[in-house]
Design a protein around this ligand. Structure first.
Ligand SMILES: Cc1cc2nc3c(=O)[nH]c(=O)nc-3n(C[C@H](O)[C@H](O)[C@H](O)COP(=O)(O)O)c2cc1C
Length: 242
């Protein structure tokens, strides 16, 4: 059964959030393309709003458990529980394991990722740090990544412009960062898709007012890209929940 994990990480939960509008467009289009849900449905859909329901930041127990696993050759996901040595580690692992299971159960993940201070929001970073637990995406039988067939769609919004050839191109630590992170976890280059919306602050900041028409063009292209991607990404996929 096809499965979509939908994450929003904009701190702005109002209708002004561009990433929320576009992840929602993606999810609606994807669901329409995959048929009705319900007992006989053909897809599984999970939504998490990381602003309304934030992921707890890491603590000492998470690090202690992770270091123990590193020292012992990174046991597979199914064996991590046998290395837990304290109630605090138990609590940390329960939180972490449920996020990892949610990611592994999805064949497509759509992420609303606004640029905050040239990078991603702390809300998304908290999710990233937890799911990036050492060794858990390695298939113990083959050594390949368990995410090698996962599709990741990132909706990257930013108030300014960071596209190729712009003066601030090198200040973009949002999309290169996410490409590196998911690539390192084993998501393949062809399965990671970025839709960027530039100049979202053009209608808000007076000195950017002259950019309003290019901002509108960027948003219109993004809507078209999102609609096309949602109709095609993850078709004919099937994944068993972990
Ligand atoms: C805390 C914060 C930091 C931001 N930092 C940047 C930045 O470094 N560069 C930029 O172009 N826009 C920046 N912005 C503007 C947002 O990227 C822009 O408003 C974006 O559309 C927010 O995503 P959303 O519309 O999905 O909420 C920042 C906004 C906030 C709230």
């Amino acid at each position: 059964m096809a499965s979509l994990l939908h994450l929003d990480s904009s701190a702005n939960r109002s209708d002004d959030s561009v990433s929320r509008e576009l992840t929602s467009l993606f999810a609606d289009t994807w669901r329409a393309a995959h048929g009705p849900t319900g007992e006989c449905g053909r897809y599984r859909y999970v939504y998490r709003d990381l602003a309304a329901d934030p992921v707890r930041p890491l603590d000492t127990a998470y690090c202690t458990l992770g270091r123990r696993l590193e020292r012992n050759g990174l046991p597979p996901l199914a064996d991590v529980g046998t290395w837990i040595r304290s109630p605090a580690e138990e609590r940390e692992w329960a939180l972490t394991r449920s996020l990892i299971a949610g990611l592994l159960a999805a064949d497509t993940v759509v992420i609303g990722a606004p640029m905050y201070n040239f990078s991603v929001s702390a809300l998304l970073k908290a999710w990233i740090d937890r799911v990036g637990f050492p060794g858990v995406f390695t298939d113990p039988d083959t050594g390949a990544s368990l995410l090698r067939a996962t599709n990741v769609v990132v909706i990257a919004t930013r108030g300014g412009a960071y596209g190729p050839g712009t003066p601030r191109e090198a200040w973009d630590f949002q999309t290169p960062y996410l490409r590196t992170y998911f690539g390192k976890q084993g998501v393949t280059e062809e399965n990671i898709h970025f839709v960027s919306v530039e100049m979202t602050m053009a209608g808000v900041v007076p000195h950017l007012a002259h950019q309003q028409s290019s901002a509108a063009d960027s948003l219109a292209s993004a809507r078209a890209e999102v609609t096309a991607l949602a109709a095609t990404v993850g078709r004919s996929a099937s994944r068993t929940a972990v």
